[in-house]
Ligand binder design. Structure first.
Ligand SMILES: Cc1ncc(COP(=O)(O)O)c(C=O)c1O
Length: 360
């Protein structure tokens, strides 16, 4: 008899389910992963190339310069930053550090799907809280707390819905959340937002508190392929994460590119402006063609089609036009598709394909 995986893993679906899997080879336009429209900045790319020459060396195990650069940009305590192989790794690090078999983790119904997968991988129980028309319901999340709750995840803005919660609502939520529950505030798309009432989350993190902020270089900085994310947390949580994370997790190339990217404010500003303009154009086009797009603060828009069949034929139609978008059946939203805001020519190709589609 071949060895069996742990009982709670049997029959479980991972992140890469057949429904989630996008066959992404050979497409001209990739509007399926919420990658930064402009790719990496020239400065980040140059730094990455220079770092390649040191490929025989293990990277700095503590990514000291990267932590310093992040701390100085946002006025943070560098010793409470942990870097990871994308923020993906840090999600699993947190779950591994705090959740055991049978523990509950609260996730909004359409929260980022890795929260569920990471929870199940340790035998934890994801508790899904219904949303109001794809908007997160913080009161319902509070009501879902039980004695077994160990962690709450919120992506703000949320992927795939684009929903965004204000600073004051997060503060009110935190006042009610029992202090022994870890609150993971994932602001992967924070750089796209320039609103007064939005918080990237650092202000919620106390030296002794239970809030963890997750950030990434995969989105506006266009470094998804180099896999660099980071967290900011209290001393105790940071200590735990450093025990759980892998040594040498972030490559030297990734560290160097991320440092250079952080210093390139013009690139970020340009990307943010581009995103605001083309996200609005995308939103309006989706309305014009009779779909129901949801307000989004990220670099993507989720829209609802007349039916699952229409969403599926749009997906196939776009594929035949070499445009790949994100199917949503894996999230239980088969009548929806998510579109990443790409470069101008990508968006124009998308709009042209909308025009050629048989909407009846
Ligand atoms: C909300 C959210 N969190 C985390 C991630 C993971 O990003 P990465 O692992 O590339 O840093 C993503 C990626 O799509 C995301 O949308």
């Amino acid at each position: 008899m071949p060895p069996k995986p742990l009982s709670f893993l049997q029959g479980m679906e991972g992140y890469i389910t057949p429904q989630n899997k996008v066959d992404d080879d050979g497409f001209k336009y990739r509007l399926c992963y919420n990658e930064g429209a402009y790719g990496p900045s020239v400065r980040a790319l140059e730094a990455a190339k220079a770092a390649l020459a040191q490929s025989h060396r293990y990277p700095d195990i503590n990514y000291t310069d990267l932590r310093k650069a992040i701390a100085s940009k946002y006025t943070l305590d560098a010793s409470r930053i942990v870097c990871g192989v994308g923020s993906d790794e840090l999600i699993t690090v947190l779950v591994n550090g705090y959740v055991k078999e049978g523990d509950e983790v609260i996730i909004s119904k359409y929260g980022f799907s890795l929260y569920e997968v990471a929870t199940k991988l340790v035998g934890g129980k994801p508790v899904f809280v219904p949303e109001n028309d794809l908007r997160m319901d913080l009161n319902a999340m509070l009501k879902a707390v039980t004695k077994k709750t160990r962690m709450v995840f919120i992506a703000n803005p949320n992927n795939p819905t684009g929903d965004c919660i204000t600073r004051s609502d997060i503060n009110a939520f935190l006042r009610e959340l029992p202090p022994d529950i870890l609150f993971v505030y994932d602001s992967a798309y924070a750089e796209y937002i320039d609103d007064e009432d939005y918080s990237d989350g650092f202000e919620f993190v106390g030296e002794e508190g239970r809030v963890v902020v997750l950030r990434t270089f995969s989105k506006i900085y266009g470094l998804g392929g180099l896999r660099v994310g980071y967290s900011y947390a209290s001393r105790a949580v940071t200590e735990c994460m450093n025990i759980v994370r892998k040594p040498f997790n972030v490559s030297q190339v990734g560290q160097a590119a991320a440092i250079a990217a952080l210093g390139d404010d013009d690139f970020v500003k340009k990307s943010r402006t581009h995103n605001v303009i083309w996200r609005e154009n995308l939103f309006n086009a989706l309305i014009e063609f009779g779909t129901r797009p949801y307000d989004s603060k990220g670099n993507f828009v989720l829209t609802r089609f007349k039916s699952s069949e229409q969403a599926a034929s749009m997906f196939a139609h776009l594929k035949s036009n070499s445009i790949l978008v994100r199917p949503m059946a894996g999230y239980g939203l088969p009548d929806c598709l998510r579109f990443t805001v790409g470069q101008e020519q990508e968006m124009l190709a998308l709009f042209a394909a909308f025009k050629n589609f048989n909407w009846n």
